[in-house]
Design a protein around this ligand. Structure first.
Ligand code: HEM
Ligand SMILES: [Cu+2]
Length: 576
């Protein structure tokens, strides 16, 4: 007699081995015009990885320049009279950190987890065929492309040196010609982000299968849901702000520039009203990935499910109340004291998550596979990033640390040590599902460890030199900072090589990798119940919804080198 459980595993055999979303149709057009969330997710993945590579090249140029202090430079003065180009090494450095920051923030880290991994995984995790609005999903991807083109155009049009924050009145008066194009890029990318968020909210509200109430949803989905709320509510503010700035720059209407009667601090309020919540657009989905990884590779039910779920929402809400901590030195003392106090509120839900992950691991059967190595890295690096944030949130200490390398180290620990590392963990975790191939475990884990070590070598010295007064956004420095900069630069190049190594391991698996089973890691969420890679429609019959963290519901089957559903009447599948 076929039990409910069997019908889900039979799903696998209903498809011939090579029929899946990658082989459902062929040709460039079938990809470019696809409405399949999986293909859109894969295109996003390629796009954001391209952006990350570009941003990484800018970063290495910055670090190369900083290897030598005053008065030596690696960058050079550029003078091509026939083209009307004249730029000093200092100008070039300013351009590089602006492009690095803008590309990493707008083109890479904001869309990374939601638009690439979320698009691929979210519908399958709820047993659905697609997101609620597949056309809007494709539109979001093309808006991303449009935004990327604007940024490339900005480089061609003379670049920009405002920093990724576009602070007025400098951004309304700088002579570099790329500002307008970059503002348009940020505006368009905002819509791309809004469309993804809107799609996820509607999908989660309307398309969850019977049996999956809100509290049976995997925590990755709670995280994407909370993120989507921020995307929807905060991004329009950025859109309007950059448009106002563009109008001011082109038409000279006084909004932010005191020269025309505008208020530059107003710009900072508008900008950070988006950009602080935006840091939660970056970190909350990453936290969602970590919840899945920690539970799966500890082979234990997640500890404190409800607390983790609600803490995502709490972060989304509190995140809107703390933007003033970016402008302590520009606001009234009372205002600054209130924002300082409010800032601490966000650390509570973040700490709740960390404690619950630790409690999940406690007495678990921990499997140090590559995705888990990334998850452990995340725990260490995110904790350092978060705790150093408290020094910056404290009014008195921030006055000293503001605009130093301490800040640079802090946000790289959170964004790169946190989000990027979780993103890499997520890619390694879902890679078999997305591509149908297993990668080389040994080399993948070697590079994961390398990324952890060299990340610290790059960014830890920056805390020290920052607390000793090394300001950020400078292309030169006095001799006492040289040793820290040199360690940091060496670390950065080794880090770059480890990242490249990790990419090569993954890409090689496409050619040489073993075929992936449906459920290689023993996870209990629904995306592991369809074949790897999934068929075009994900599921022919809706899968049976269970507890997403019941690790006892699956058992290892050595024959297929993967996990299968435990059948209620037969606890050992190997003998069946
Ligand atoms: C190999 C890895 C990386 C290295 C070596 C690196 C290095 C740097 C350097 C040297 C600066 C300029 C500091 C200054 O002069 O103020 C900088 C700024 C910045 N980085 Fe990175 N970075 C890396 C990865 C990332 C990632 C993954 C992100 C975001 C997800 C990121 C976001 C930023 C931002 C937002 C700025 C501020 C730009 C500005 O001041 O306008 N970086 N980074
Ligand atoms: Cu903030």
């Amino acid at each position: 007699m076929a039990t409910a459980h069997e019908s889900t595993t039979n799903e696998t055999s209903a498809h011939s081995a090579d029929e899946n979303y990658l082989t459902a149709s062929y040709g460039l057009k079938s990809w470019l015009l696809t409405l399949d969330h999986k293909r859109i997710g894969m295109m996003y993945l390629m796009g954001v990885m391209g952006a990350f590579f570009l941003g990484g090249v800018f970063a290495l140029i910055l670090r190369a320049e900083l290897f030598l202090g005053t008065p030596k430079t690696v960058l050079f003065d550029l003078n091509i009279e026939s083209l009307g180009i004249s730029m000093t090494a200092a100008d070039m450095y300013n351009q590089m950190f602006t492009l690095h920051g803008a590309v990493m923030t707008f083109l890479f880290i904001i869309p990374s987890v939601p638009a690439a991994l979320g698009n691929f995984i979210l519908p399958i995790m709820i047993g659905a065929k697609d997101v609620a609005f597949p056309r809007m999903n494709l539109c979001s991807f093309y808006l991303w492309i449009g935004g990327a083109v604007c940024f490339l155009l900005a480089i061609v049009l003379g670049g920009l040196d405002t920093g990724w924050t576009f602070y007025a009145p400098y951004s309304t008066s700088t002579s570099f010609g790329g500002v307008f194009a970059a503002l348009c890029g940020a505006f368009i990318l905002g819509f791309s982000s809004i469309f993804t968020g809107l799609n996820f909210i509607v999908t989660l509200h309307t398309m969850r299968p019977p049996g999956m109430n809100w509290f049976r949803m995997p925590l990755f989905l709670w995280a994407l849901y909370a993120t989507a709320i921020i995307q929807l509510l905060a991004t329009p503010v950025l859109g309007i702000t950059v448009m106002l700035l563009a109008v001011e720059r082109v038409l000279g209407i006084g909004i932010f520039d005191p020269q025309y009667g505008g208020d530059p601090v107003l710009f900072q309020h508008f900008f950070w009203f988006y950009s602080h919540p935006a840091v939660y657009i970056m970190i909350v989905p990453a936290m969602g990935v970590i919840s899945e990884l920690i539970s799966t590779f500890s082979r234990k039910h997640i500890f404190g499910y409800t607390f983790i779920a609600y803490s995502s929402l709490a972060i989304a809400v509190f995140g809107f109340l703390v933007w003033g901590h970016h402008m302590f030195t520009a606001s009234s003392e009372l205002g600054a004291a209130v924002f300082s106090l409010l800032t601490f509120s966000v650390s509570i839900p973040s700490a709740i998550k960390v404690f619950n992950w630790l409690a999940t691991m406690y007495k678990g059967s921990i499997d140090l596979r590559t995705p888990m190595l990334y998850a452990l890295s995340f725990l260490a690096l995110f904790t350092i990033g978060g705790l150093t944030g408290l020094f910056l949130g404290t009014l008195a200490t921030d006055v000293h640390l503001h605009d130093t390398y301490f800040v640079v180290a802090h946000f790289h620990y959170v964004m790169m040590g946190g989000t990027l590392v979780a993103f890499l963990g997520g890619i390694h975790y879902w890679w078999p599902k997305m591509t149908g191939k297993m990668y080389d475990e040994k080399w993948a884990s070697i590079f994961a460890v390398g990324i952890f070590l060299f990340f610290n070598l790059t960014f830890f010295p920056q805390f020290i030199m920052g607390s000793r007064g090394m300001p950020r956004r400078y292309y030169n420095y006095v001799e006492e900072y040289q040793i820290y900069h040199q360690i940091s630069t060496i670390g950065a190049f080794l880090l770059g090589m480890s990242l490249l190594g990790a990419a090569i391991v993954l890409l090689r698996s496409l050619k040489n990798g073993e075929k992936a089973p449906a459920n290689p890691w023993g996870s209990a969420t629904l995306e592991w119940k369809c074949t790897s890679p999934p068929p075009h429609n994900n599921f022919d019959n809706p899968p049976v919804v269970g507890d997403p963290y019941d690790m006892q519901s699956v058992v290892y089957d050595p024959e297929i080198k993967g996990f299968v559903d435990r059948k209620p009447d037969n606890p050992n599948p190997a003998t069946s």
